[in-house]
Design a protein around this ligand. Structure first.
Ligand code: SF4
Length: 280
């Protein structure tokens, strides 16, 4: 009898972040595809980000971008600021040894998982490769949040695994094109030690996920995060997870707390928002 090949589960950095944040959220969003509509503000930010990505892709492909720029003053400003700040990226001296590709797609199969990455821009030269990622958030998050985000870890890992570059010759740079004064960048150099660390982290995540998926196929949902976490307050699945009552109790307690505690909570919430904004 022929055995049926096991279907690969495709995983992006966003899904790995979700899995780490809350396995039940991963279940609802990814396995069950339950989505609620985004807020108009969120939609607007996403559209703006998409337009900038498209502009940079067209430019890289040598297609005309003047029409784009003429009708969009926001893009015009970002493009002009970025060209001033990073002319080596916008007007590079390209030799025959340099390979540049926008929206560069790679996959890496590990067990029954297919890791997928899309680099906004890949610049590969004889001895080094750079991954560039455009961000259109107003403010860069703290470097340590970016470092821990799966986008950074996975993007570097997949390039090292699918190319001849050693980790020490690979880097990743986030460009925040909307920073108030001028575009800012945050760069990560890679190393063999970090590569091994990511390999272990991925394996741990896969081991857990494989077990959860087996349980799920037998009717057991993926784990929720512990009760009382503030992240549930902003979650679209709070009702489904029966976390609304806890949120209301939490609100009642919070009203009686001191101003300093409220400020402390707000800072924590801002941090959570910042982390989430990283994975577009
Ligand atoms: S409400 Fe809390 S436990 Fe439920 S999916 Fe959202 S974050 Fe996870």
């Amino acid at each position: 009898m022929l055995s049926t090949p096991k279907q690969l589960l495709r995983l992006s950095q966003g899904q790995l972040n979700l899995l780490e944040k809350c396995p039940r959220h991963f279940q609802h969003s990814y396995l069950e595809k339950l989505h609620s509509p985004n807020s108009p503000e969120h939609e607007e930010l996403q559209n703006l980000g998409s337009r900038f990505h498209l502009l940079m892709q067209q430019r890289e492909m040598g297609l005309p971008i003047d029409n784009f720029l003429e009708t969009d003053t926001q893009l015009q400003k970002w493009m002009a600021d970025f060209a001033d700040t990073a002319p080596e990226i916008v007007y590079p001296n390209i030799d025959s040894e340099t390979f540049r590709d926008s929206e560069h797609y790679r996959t890496l199969q590990v067990d029954e998982y297919l890791l997928t990455v899309i680099y906004d821009l890949l610049i590969a030269q004889t001895n080094q490769a750079q991954i560039i990622d455009w961000k259109t958030h107003p403010k860069p998050p703290k470097k340590r949040y970016l470092e821990q985000n799966w986008q950074t870890r996975l993007y570097l890992y997949v390039l090292a695994e699918t190319s001849n570059y050693i980790p020490e010759n690979i880097s990743m740079t986030y460009w925040f094109v909307q920073s108030p004064a001028k575009p800012q960048n945050v760069k990560f150099l890679y190393s063999s030690a970090q590569h091994e660390k990511t390999r272990k982290k991925l394996q741990q995540a896969f081991n857990k996920l494989s077990k959860w998926l087996t349980d799920y196929s037998q009717g057991k949902p993926l784990p929720q995060i512990p009760k009382g976490r503030k992240v549930c307050e902003r979650c679209q699945y709070a009702t489904r997870c029966d976390r609304v009552a806890i949120m209301q109790e939490h609100d009642a307690v919070a009203e009686n707390n001191t101003e300093s505690l409220i400020n402390e909570n707000n800072t924590g919430l801002l941090n959570i928002i910042t982390i989430e904004e990283v994975s577009l």
